[in-house]
Design a protein around this ligand. Sequence first.
Ligand code: UGA
Ligand code: MN
Length: 340
Amino acid sequence: MGSLNSYVLKRRMRKWWKYLVVLIFLLAVYFGGFLHISGNISTAPPSDLSRNTMKEVFALQRQIKLLKSVLKQYSIPEKEYSDVLLPVIYVITPTYTRPQQKAELTRLKSVFLHVPALHWIVVEDAPKKSQLVSNFLESSGLTYTHLHQSTPQEWKLKDSDPKWRKPRGVLQRNAGIRWLRSKFAHDASPRGVVYFADDDNTYSVELFHEMRDTHKVSVWPVALVGGVLVERPLVESNGQVSSWLAGWKADRPFAMDMAGFAVNLSLLLNKSGVEFSIDAPIGFQESVFLEKIITREELEPKADLCTKVYVWHTRTEQPDLKQEIRLNKVGKHTDEGIEL
Ligand code: UGA
Ligand code: MN
């Protein structure tokens, strides 16, 4: 009996030892970290590494403070950026290889990093994923999916073609939509928003705040597009979009650029097979797509009833590479061993 008691006692002790060790470990971690961050109360001089880590922690804390004050300035409530249950914004971006590609993607990344619950679907117009885009996304700090889908040669613009001659980014956006369809194949009503963001436009952080709450399709003005300063939906006093203010074909069913609307994820996925069509009449890409999923009366005007601009249809100038071409002819490449 006595040996049984001591056996039970020993077992319990062993169990308690385990708890004690875990507790000591946790206390050590807590106080170690605390002393570390609260300014070197520990006597050992910090190594360069820990000094840098501390500096980074302080810098990040300052940034959080700054960002919170910016969000406050725009009256964005705290639950908007701290709530993990936010509907995710799936941003689909077609992109293709050219000297300024990384610069374009970098501009987008800099904005997207400020947007909570954003999932970037980047679709390269290429027969396979490039190293440049793979590396870029891997180190971006963003949640992303990297796809590729090449445009067949007959649908590609020739150098001599005017830009509007062939549609651009169509098959890539469809690849993004298909990825979403397969991701949510077993989810009847996933929460989320889908936005088609070309890689050369200029997006503001506020734009994503506006589209977050999209029940069907939300719309807003787009600047510097269609030959005018701003193309925008006109909103009646009852809050409905009645028509469009546009320079070019304002009587299109939806006279909007791709950058001017976002779609509720469930709505898009539940309209089976809805995609962009490569052979839509020139300039009617958006209208043909939206007609399949929504009516004008159902549109949700955002950006203060479409009176604010949060996105610009900017275009990047072709870089002047005359000197590079000259150097290439004599075997010199300024980008040798360096990625741009
Ligand atoms: C305008 C609209 O803003 C686009 O949304 C629309 O797709 C396009 O017209 C059209 O008519 O097809 P625009 O500025 O003229 O856009 O077009 P780009 O910015 O040159 O291209 C749109 C997207 O497609 C970009 O993200 C671009 O990177 C991508 N793209 C372009 C490709 O994936 N492959 C290409 O060969 C060219
Ligand atoms: Mn563009």
